[in-house]
Write a protein that binds this ligand. Structure first.
Ligand SMILES: [Zn+2]
Length: 261
């Protein structure tokens, strides 16, 4: 067990490959940092091999992307790329990260991507299982001597398009209008994966997805999340109005920016 545990994280975001978190929730990570929360990023694998990259390149790109988002911490769990599985051994490794950094909220890249890497779905399962394992007693030796820790909150961040066809319940959208540029910059850092032509394509895809989700809530750009349970609301008005409960918002929630006939 480490002599001194690092500071607790407010939020830890987890996904299989370097560049997944940037695409899924880079705007929210940058926004949380701006809001003063301590946010960590965990990549389950190196992302290599790929047709275009190398271990060293991916490491440097992931670091540049971290800097673009302003996150103080990026961990690589060093599980195997392409053959990532929700296995007991991998659960132990990820749960050890949870027990070490003790996040208040865990964001997990979620859903199936039938036309892309199967690692994405396994990462989802692994995140859920490791969260459960993290709290277990009498097993400290399996978690590098760390003490049990229960992660209080789990948030899903669905992979775009394919996975969204699932009926996610308890969805919510975070306004990333002011951090969308930082998100794009973090994705641009992965030059080995996105040359100029591929970057234009991914930029269009992300702008469309984040523009769509944002517009549904009256934001220019938004990222979609979901909870594994209903949204709890101590105050209906605060929930419906967002952060300004006393003044009705200029744009009614759900009607977007444009007047619709
Ligand atoms: Zn991926």
């Amino acid at each position: 067990m480490p002599d001194a545990l690092p500071d607790r994280l407010d939020v830890l975001a987890v996904a299989p490959h370097p560049d997944d978190l940037e695409i899924l929730c880079g705007g929210t990570i940058a926004k949380l940092v701006k809001q003063g929360y301590k946010v960590g990023m965990a990549d389950l694998t190196s992302g290599e091999p790929t047709p275009r990259g190398s271990l060293d390149t991916r490491k440097k790109e992931a670091e540049a992307a971290r800097v673009a988002l302003g996150s103080p911490l990026r961990i690589n769990v060093e599980l195997p790329n392409r053959v990532l599985m929700d296995s007991p051994e991998n659960r132990f490794k990820l749960a050890t990260v949870f027990r070490t950094y003790r996040p208040g909220i865990l964001i997990v890249g979620a859903g199936r991507t039938p036309a892309a890497s199967p690692d994405h779905h396994q990462g989802h399962l692994l995140g859920e299982a490791a969260r459960f394992y993290s709290q277990l007693t009498k097993w400290d030796e399996r978690f590098d001597g760390t003490k049990p820790y229960r992660v209080p909150h789990l948030v899903y961040c669905p992979f775009p398009f394919d996975a969204e066809q699932r009926s996610w319940h308890s969805t919510f959208v975070v306004d990333i209008s002011d951090t969308f540029d930082a998100k794009l910059e973090s994705i641009r850092a992965y030059e080995s994966q996105f040359d100029a032509e591929r970057f234009e394509r991914v930029k269009h895809m992300i702008g469309s997805a984040n523009g769509y989700h944002g517009a549904r809530c009256g934001f220019r750009y938004g990222e979609l999340f979901a909870l594994p349970h209903p949204v709890g609301a101590p105050d209906l008005v605060t929930l419906v109005h967002g952060s300004k409960p006393t003044a009705p918002p200029d744009v009614p929630v759900g009607q977007g920016h444009l007047p619709m006939g």
